[in-house]
Design a protein around this ligand. Sequence first.
Ligand SMILES: [Zn+2]
Ligand SMILES: [Zn+2]
Length: 237
Amino acid sequence: MQRLAKLIYPAQCLTCDEMIEVTRGLCPTCWSNTPFIVDHPCEACGRPLIGDAQEGDLCDDCCAHPRAWDRGRAAMLYAGNGRSIVLRFKHGDRTDLAYSAGQWLANAAAPLITPDTVVAPVPLHWVRILRRRYNQAALLAARVAKLHDRPYIPDLLKRSSATRTLDGMTAEQRRDTVAGAIRITVKRADNIKGKRVLLIDDVMTTGATLTQCAEVCLAAGAKGVDVAVLARVDRDT
Ligand SMILES: [Zn+2]
Ligand SMILES: [Zn+2]
């Protein structure tokens, strides 16, 4: 099986393109330079906690402003090599990254998986999909669903207006910009009634988009919502 996997996915590092022995998509140097989140992250937003953290602890931010969802995990920080992996994935037409990145994310999200979990991506407006040719959140979500053998609902949510890019906005501006832009796909609402929805996105900054998605799922009858992202921006905004 291992040999077969290597035939299909050449042993090339995803970030430095070095043709050497790689494990989980990266060469040893890039692996150690990527800020993967280990140990006990914040239970709600997945950022690493500093000091003597216990499982289930929350960061100051999530204590002060409870999240619309229950639990959250991130595979890595949006910094250094973590940031360059996300940018390659997002803008570099590197859909091949979804294979390994989806695996990292599936590992990070493992504690969130329940027998009732269904997996759905944060939606991208179709104009953006045309421009970018793919929704990176959907590629990750499909991989997480497959690895955990959970139902995958790619079109659970949709964006009813093309929101401007949120880069450079304050938390308040982000919230206002995404408010009302996310809707449930009516014919999919029955698929989440009484279920836990695991929302997948590539990056969490303030969590404004995930908040909107979680609220929409809960309003449509989901029993609970958890979130998992490839990279977490670790700063207060
Ligand atoms: Zn490398
Ligand atoms: Zn937190």
